[in-house]
Design a protein around this ligand. Structure first.
Ligand SMILES: Nc1ncnc2c1ncn2[C@@H]1O[C@H](COP(=O)(O)OP(=O)(O)OP(=O)(O)O)[C@@H](O)[C@H]1O
Ligand SMILES: [Mg+2]
Length: 360
């Protein structure tokens, strides 16, 4: 081989190894409230709100994630801060694709020759069109290959549940837009339910209650803040007599006002959406085969997603179902952690992810 030719071959091989080592496998939890990115070998590298600020006149994306969330409800008329996902699914495709691209590029380097393999979550109740939209958004974000994984499977994996064992376990993932319930055994969701009632509905219920009781209109972020600070699903001793001063706008005269809201009122406001979540669990329990039901008496319900952090939710669900209930460690991370784990060497890959892989 001539020197020139061998130099050329060595250069080509160096170039190839550069490209192949920069190819990354990533897991993404594309959530209504938050998007998380897991990079193989590094773990979760990005946690940002699923919010984008767009210039109304030019459609230009001005800010994404944390920076855009700050702008929600506070922007001049020409700028809108939008949440491109609603109720767990993509509501605005172009904006979602732009957001995802930004998050992927913030997490890893993407080049023409180093398109990542992306495992991305979808709620279990989605339509074919909604599912395709997620896949296409991941491709637009730079994916060379896309695999889909059901959110409750990813949540269970990320919560460390023994999903591949022949023993039934139940996971309830309460996010911003959807609550997903599944009984899993032998690596498959045996029974699953998805309801479009979760954290956002709790916030809306709080805002509606305060408007009715106090005649005051709250912004989306303020209603969420009330839930985070004094919200509870169960009448806890340490929450009795707790109140919070809240600022809003009078429905009668449009003036800014401050009112005092009681924790008991916030709990009452959230009762209806909490009941909807319980009903989803009940429907799953009714459809669960008897042997697996017996397992649940021991393994109970594991709570994941941001909603799992609601005070007293475990006690509320324990009283309603009679089952042991536990909150997963780092519930906000479980879905991304689970999606990411399917990429790690030797990791157990759930059957639904395998099936989706064959289809792509
Ligand atoms: N401490 C807390 N108490 C109550 N709710 C909380 C708490 N922390 C976060 N949340 C709520 O959790 C929700 C966000 O959770 P998460 O990030 O799991 O949702 P998501 O994955 O983006 O949504 P989805 O899975 O429905 O698409 C928000 O509604 C937020 O208000
Ligand atoms: Mg989620």
């Amino acid at each position: 081989m001539s020197t020139a030719r061998s130099n050329f071959m060595a250069g080509l091989s160096a170039l190839f190894s550069l490209f192949s080592t920069s190819v990354k496998d990533i897991g993404i939890d594309l959530g209504t409230a938050n998007t998380l990115v897991y990079v193989r070998g590094r773990g979760i590298v990005l946690r940002e709100p699923s919010v984008v600020a767009v210039d109304e006149h030019t459609d230009e994306v001005l800010a994404v994630g944390k920076q855009a969330k700050e702008m929600l409800g506070r922007t001049p008329e020409s700028i809108t801060a939008v949440r491109p996902l609603k109720d767990g699914v993509i509501a605005d495709f172009e904006v979602t694709a732009a957001m995802l691209k930004y998050f992927v590029r913030k997490s890893i380097s993407v080049g023409t020759f180093s398109r990542p393999h992306i495992v991305i979550c979808i709620p279990s109740g989605v339509t074919e069109v909604e599912r395709r939209a997620v896949e296409d958004a991941a491709k637009q974000a730079g994916a060379g290959r896309v695999d889909l994984i059901l959110e409750p499977m990813a949540a269970a994996l990320g919560a460390g549940l023994p999903v591949d064992k022949p023993k039934g376990c139940m996971v309830l993932d309460i996010g911003g837009g959807t609550s997903e319930v599944a009984v899993i055994s032998y690596g498959d969701p045996i029974v699953a339910e998805s309801v479009r009632v979760a954290g956002d509905r709790f916030d809306e219920a709080i805002a509606a209650y305060i408007r009715k009781k106090h005649g005051v209109i709250l912004g989306e972020r303020t209603a969420e803040e009330v839930k985070l600070q004094i919200g509870s699903a169960y009448p806890l001793e340490n929450m009795q007599d707790v109140t919070m001063d809240v600022r809003g706008r009078s429905a009668a005269n449009g003036q800014p006002v401050t009112i005092t809201v009681a924790a008991d009122d916030v709990r009452e406001a959230m009762l209806q959406p909490l009941k909807s979540v319980f009903e989803a669990i009940h429907r799953v329990l009714v459809q669960t085969p008897p042997e697996l039901s017996a397992d649940l008496l021991e393994t109970g319900i594991t709570l994941t997603g941001g909603g799992a952090l609601l005070r007293g939710l475990d006690r509320f669900l324990h009283e309603a179902t009679g089952l042991p209930v536990r909150v997963a460690e780092n519930p906000l991370d479980c879905v991304a952690e689970g999606a990411g784990r399917t990429l790690e060497g030797g990791a157990y890959i759930p059957a639904n992810a395998r099936r989706d892989r064959e289809e792509v």
